[in-house]
Design a protein around this ligand. Structure first.
Ligand code: ADP
Length: 290
């Protein structure tokens, strides 16, 4: 097959793993920077250009779209979709999952537990919104943050109000109930093609509540309970994602989903679980691309 990996940097661990897995299985694979893909749109004629060259005869794309490239990245994916090319990540699921608000709305409206969350367009509503979520502490999150950046723990209401008033005008900020019983841990279930292929528990470093590996957290292998497995698979299905990392907090009320990541990194999960996830991604593409 002729496979394109959309990625800003061929040297990134995840991109490199996918390329090597594709080559091992005798595919022709190239990495294109989606931010350098130019699009031409005309009735029944969608074209992608890269460095002035038309990209043709592609069987499948595997998009690895970072947070800052979501808008153009999703346009590039949609262009390939319009050209009839199989994509491992759809443009709509990418947009829906990238926005923390729409992700929580889709999950919660389908009965998946999420931490109680409030959003207001008006910073003068800060005090009431905080009260609507519950007593302090609160977690405040930028709607478009990633790797734990833009996720804050506010221990008192005055402090939370200050943050919302200062930054709420220019940023969409989610106010969330702090789930203390998670004890600085979350569980990431990596899903490929409706199967859980790897699971790791991440523990935040001392004095930190965010368990992201980028924030110094450490990870280890854990089994998933049947309920956690069901929730993770259902969350992917609801978001329309075939490849995803589902982050869950283990709470007294069962698993609560924080987010469903559409371009989950492979380094942490492969090193922790020793599972060749890149190979599973290529097998999924082989099964589905024409
Ligand atoms: P990001 O997408 O930036 O990783 P998350 O919403 O996943 O943002 O939050 C980062 C980390 O912060 C999570 O992995 C979890 O450890 C912690 N966290 C997030 N929300 C809550 C919450 N409501 N209660 C307790 N811990 C939380």
């Amino acid at each position: 097959m002729n496979i394109i990996v959309l990625s800003r940097n061929a040297a990134l661990y995840s991109t490199d793993s996918i390329v090597r897995a594709a080559k091992k299985r005798n595919h022709y694979v190239r990495v294109l920077d989606h931010m350098a893909c130019d699009l031409v749109i005309e009735e029944d004629k969608l074209e992608v250009y890269y460095n002035g060259q038309k990209i043709e005869r592609v069987d499948a794309i595997i998009p690895r779209i970072g947070n800052s490239a979501t808008t153009h990245g999703s346009a590039v994916i949609r262009q390939f979709e319009g050209m009839g090319v199989f994509t491992a990540l759809g443009s709509d699921p990418l947009l829906k999952s990238r926005d923390k608000i729409s992700c929580l709305q889709i999950l919660a409206s389908n009965g998946i537990k999420v931490p109680r969350t409030a959003i207001s367009n008006n910073s003068y509503m800060a005090s009431q919104m905080l009260d609507l979520v519950g007593p302090s502490p609160h977690v405040l999150k930028l709607a478009s943050g990633t790797h734990g950046m833009g996720v804050m723990l506010s221990k008192d209401k005055q402090n939370a109000e200050g943050i919302l008033e200062a930054f709420g005008r220019t940023n969409k900020i989610l106010i969330q109930k702090f789930i203390s019983e998670a004890k600085g841990c979350d569980v990431r279930a990596f899903v490929v093609d409706g199967q859980i292929v790897g699971v790791m528990k991440r523990q935040a470093q001392e004095g930190e509540f965010r368990s992201n590996l980028h924030r110094g957290g450490h990870s280890y292998v854990v089994p998933l309970s049947p309920l956690e497995e069901k929730v993770a698979l259902n969350a992917c299905k609801l978001m329309g994602l075939n490849i995803a990392g589902v982050d869950m907090l283990q709470t007294h009320q069962g698993p609560m989903v924080l987010e469903v990541n559409a371009s989950p990194g492979l380094e942490g999960i492969e090193n922790t679980t020793k599972v060749d996830i890149a190979k599973k991604i290529i097998e999924f593409v082989e099964k589905n691309a024409k």
